[in-house]
Design a binder for this molecule. Structure first.
Ligand SMILES: O=C(O)CCCC[C@@H]1SC[C@@H]2NC(=O)N[C@@H]21
Length: 242
């Protein structure tokens, strides 16, 4: 594990300076990110004392199918770590957000690193709000929350990170062995939109229906008038339907 004071984005750092193939687990933590990135080209804002931002490189078997459910696995691991610290009411918003009381507490950005003759890898980036300044709240984006608001007795940062990494690596080991199917039930128990009307916006398309869960690959299942539609993570955005 490497801890640095500042960088643009921990995901970008790992993408640009891939550690050697034999380095099975590689984690980069930054006290401050100046160009944090979120899904769909969004910015991820963080504050030096107010956020925990890190990325973990995870290698998967050459020739294995693209690990589609990874951001769900990471979300579940993060949820489990925070639940063990006493945080209740965590919900997972497919594919990459962790919510408490409907407000975003953490986000996950998974990016694949092409093999180029090496073992293929994924970078799993996690941004967790610890103590946000008031200007961080953007109600029109559903609102944000921080860990300090949810559990006032926050453990020290290093302890929190260690607890998250423990859960993350345990979940990744199971995922590597048995696939997302082994974690699917646990993810669905925390599904923020279970049996609720949803609207999925893609590039030039829109799906409206009831969210019935996720499948063995981590794809979202939406029951529409035309039958059940499988939505792959890609460039889509999920919202509650009125
Ligand atoms: O909400 C999202 O769309 C995902 C946010 C992911 C943010 C984390 S912070 C650590 C890592 N480095 C980045 O630039 N992004 C991820």
């Amino acid at each position: 594990m490497r801890c640095i004071a500042r960088c643009g984005s921990t995901n970008s750092e790992l993408l640009n300076a891939t550690p050697p193939d034999d380095d099975r687990v590689h984690v980069l933590v930054a006290d401050e990110q100046t160009g944090g990135r979120g899904r769909r080209g969004r910015q991820w804002l963080s504050w030096p004392e107010g956020s925990l931002t890190f990325s973990s490189l995870w290698r998967f078997a050459p020739g294995a199918p693209v690990p589609a459910g990874l951001s769900l696995v990471a979300g579940l691991a993060l949820a489990r770590a925070l639940e063990k610290l006493g945080l209740e009411g965590i919900q997972l918003k497919w594919p990459n957000d962790l919510l408490v009381h409907g407000c975003k507490l953490a986000g996950i950005l998974v990016e694949l690193l092409p093999g180029r003759g090496r073992t293929p890898a994924a970078i799993i980036g996690i941004g967790l709000n610890l103590r946000l300044p008031p200007e961080a709240d953007i109600p029109e984006q559903g609102g944000v929350t921080d860990l300090h608001t949810e559990i006032p007795a926050l453990p020290p940062r290093e302890q929190l990170l260690a607890a998250i990494l423990r859960e993350l690596h345990a979940a990744l080991d199971l995922y590597a062995m048995a696939g997302f199917g082994a974690l699917r039930g646990a993810w669905q128990q925390r599904n923020a939109f279970a049996d609720l009307p949803v609207r999925i916006f893609g590039e030039g398309s829109e799906i409206v229906g009831i969210c019935t869960g996720v499948d063995e690959d981590g794809a979202l299942l939406v029951r529409t008038d035309a039958g059940v539609v499988r939505v792959l993570s890609g460039e889509v955005s999920l919202r509650a339907a009125p």
